[in-house]
Design a protein around this ligand. Structure first.
Ligand SMILES: [Zn+2]
Ligand SMILES: [Zn+2]
Length: 656
């Protein structure tokens, strides 16, 4: 069997697992030979021929026997490598711990499932014999030759004894279908805690079942023996156990949560008696709260913990088999969560599937998930900065809550920004029937404008757009992104104003946008006035540029920006402001008008464009005058300036 001896290599001489049906158990299961280097004739040389062989005998419960063999001591040439070994001397080594059926001292007689009493001499043990069931020294096994339940006949080739061993070693965890190889110290601890919890819970529940006299609650009912059934103490016990689970290692926590659920979900309310009105006094109500807590923790683990797919499926199976009362049946599938390596999910994330539907052998698989799972995946993918994949996922996934799904989908433009892809972000803000930009709030408008202006963004993990605006997170440069040109920022802003009335009507949004065009690149000096001809022609051009439809794009003709680029943009936004003022009252108007600062020519151009509706212009000027009188905050110089301008304009408009 051993044909090639390599330096330091371990050779398996024999493996009897496949070919032995009868078990005398005097045969070891695996033999491993270690080869040692030797020195010859004072010169150091590595001899490939072994001089001594240590033969290890290995069995399932990690017990070992060491046998020592001495091999012919004559110098061996390399040609001897292929020769059979000659054993000239052997002696039995120290006996290491072993399962009783592997005992080299006492012969073992195997039977299938004999528990009545010892078969032949199976009860005999040496001081290294282990009980196969208890996994401890046979001398300490209290069942060793206990009539009816004795362990001394146990061995690994019987289904009966293996099941018994699994039961003994897995305990409460057997119902999770776990194998011994999956067990670790954390799971053993979870098992112990579950057992203790089970006993405490039984005691607490039975005292609930007994009920309490009304008098204990300071109540009384004449001539009637009445009891109050208060589930609160049971609820509290389960809660504190779940708190305990939260502190444990991931797999142990999962086992504890589900194990506890298995117990409390069976609890029933006693009817026909008094129930306290306190929230957790009622069994059904308390169970819903507890179960939802378990589901929420478990779903988080299923998505965020690095459980193996096999372990996840075991948890899911266990959960599905719980005894759900009818009112909780709808939660039975709550833990059916696609693993991250699910074929459809992976193909969607990688961009190979853009429909979210997969046909497999005639069966249709649609990417539908619970909204809670969608939110968890959104969280994980943001943390891992996998924004591109996240967008692909959100575009196709279906969920049970369309409102929440809409909110998280509205974040796609933000995720594309974080990816550094402003072009796609802009596109996604306005495409689709319900464009995310149409649901903007003024703060959200400012948020995006800042991103486009600075190519920086706060590092956030969010699940709805509102969270973007109210965070204290520091803004950091977006990798690979450069600020958008000002004309693109302006086009973005004008499109938002066209499709979102909240932004269109908000005076602050106009102030922000006008600041961008009145002070290009933060300049404090006035923009020189363009030629009167340009100012005149600009009216028609601006009208043709401004979007007519909420969804239409904005094109700024190249010639318009050729000679007076800064002036052109300022007039474009001023034209839009004119339309805004004609539309309805703008309040407050002063901060908006203040943005024009020294660019009086643009303000005059505005009055001019407003003159098409003398009535509205007049009322607007009155609104502003009123505001001036009521405002104490604006600097005296500005107030004086506007007072002058307005008085002239007012007189002018009234004289028409
Ligand atoms: Zn023994
Ligand atoms: Zn035992």
């Amino acid at each position: 069997m051993c044909t090639k001896v390599d330096n330091e290599e371990i050779i398996i001489l024999s493996d009897d697992d496949d070919d032995e049906d009868d078990i005398t158990c005097s045969e070891p299961s695996v033999l491993i030979v270690e080869v040692e280097d030797v020195k010859k004739n004072g010169t150091s040389c590595v001899c490939f021929a072994p001089t001594c062989l240590y033969v290890w005998v290995d069995d399932v419960i990690n017990s070992h026997q060491l046998l020592f063999l001495s091999v012919s001591d004559c110098p061996l040439t390399s040609s001897a490598l292929d020769e059979d070994l000659v054993v000239t001397f052997s002696r039995r080594a120290e006996v290491l711990p072993h399962a009783r059926y592997d005992c080299p001292i006492h012969p073992f007689t195997a039977t299938d499932d004999e528990t009545i009493g010892p078969v032949a001499g199976n009860q005999l043990i040496c001081d290294q014999c282990f009980c196969y069931i208890c996994d401890k020294l046979a001398s300490t096994c209290v069942m060793w030759f206990h009539r009816g339940v004795c362990h001394c006949n146990s061995h690994k080739r019987s289904m009966f004894w293996n099941n018994l061993r699994n039961g003994a070693l897995l305990g409460e965890l057997q119902s999770f279908n776990l194998t011994l190889s999956e067990m670790d110290a954390h799971l053993r601890l979870a098992e112990t805690m579950l057992q203790r919890f089970k006993q405490e819970l039984a005691a607490r529940f039975s005292s609930f079942m007994e009920g309490k006299n009304l008098e204990e609650y300071g109540l009384s009912l004449p001539n009637q023996q009445a009891f109050i059934y208060d589930y609160t103490p049971v609820y509290e016990l389960v809660s504190s156990f779940l708190d305990e689970a939260d502190k444990q290692d991931g797999r142990a926590a999962a086992i504890m949560r589900l194990g506890a659920t298995d117990y409390f979900i069976r609890h029933i309310q006693l009817s026909g008696n008094f129930i306290l009105k306190s929230p957790m006094a009622n069994v059904a109500d308390a169970k819903v709260v507890l179960l939802q807590r378990v589901i929420s923790s478990m779903q988080r683990q299923m998505v965020t913990a690095d459980f193996t797919t096999e372990f996840s499926f075991k948890l899911q199976d266990f959960y599905k088999k719980l005894l759900f009362p009818s009112e909780l049946k709808s939660l039975r599938n709550s833990l059916c969560v696609r693993p991250w390596d699910d074929v459809l999910l992976v193909s969607v994330l990688k961009g190979q599937n853009v429909s979210g539907v997969r046909k497999d052998k005639g069966k249709k698989d649609i990417l539908t998930e619970q909204i809670s799972i969608v939110l968890l995946r959104t969280e994980v993918l943001q943390q891992q900065r996998r924004y591109r994949e996240l967008c692909r996922y959100l575009r196709v996934v279906l969920a049970d809550d369309s409102n929440l799904l809409q909110q998280v989908r509205d974040l796609i433009p933000f995720f594309l920004c974080m990816e550094g892809d402003f072009t796609s972000a802009l596109h996604s803000l306005f495409t689709s029937v319900s464009a995310p930009a149409s649901r903007f709030t003024p703060p959200l408008f400012h948020f995006y404008l800042s991103i486009f202006e600075t190519a920086t963004a706060p590092k956030l993990v969010v699940s709805q757009p509102a969270q973007l605006c109210y965070s204290n997170a520091a803004w950091e440069p977006i990798k690979g992104a450069v600020p958008l040109p000002r004309d693109v920022q302006v086009k973005f802003a004008l499109r938002v104003q066209r499709c979102c009335s909240a932004v269109f009507t908000d005076s602050q949004c106009w102030t922000t946008l006008l600041t961008v065009v009145n002070a290009p690149r933060g300049s404090l000096t006035a923009i020189p006035a363009p030629s009167p001809q340009f100012l005149h022609e600009a009216k028609n051009v601006v009208n043709s540029i401004l979007p007519k439809e909420p969804s239409s794009n904005i094109q700024i003709p190249r010639f318009f920006q050729e000679v007076y680029p800064d002036q052109a943009l300022l007039l474009l936004v001023t034209g839009a402001l004119g339309l805004r003022i004609l539309n309805s009252a703008l309040s407050p108007a002063l901060p908006v008008l203040n943005t024009f600062k020294e660019n009086v020519w643009a303000l005059e151009w505005l009055w001019d464009s407003l003159s098409s509706s003398a009535e509205r212009l007049s009322s607007f000027l009155q609104e502003v005058t009123q505001e001036l009188e009521n405002t104490t905050g604006s600097p005296e110089a500005v107030r004086l300036y506007f007072s002058q301008v307005l008085r002239c304009q007012l007189a002018d408009s009234l004289s028409h």
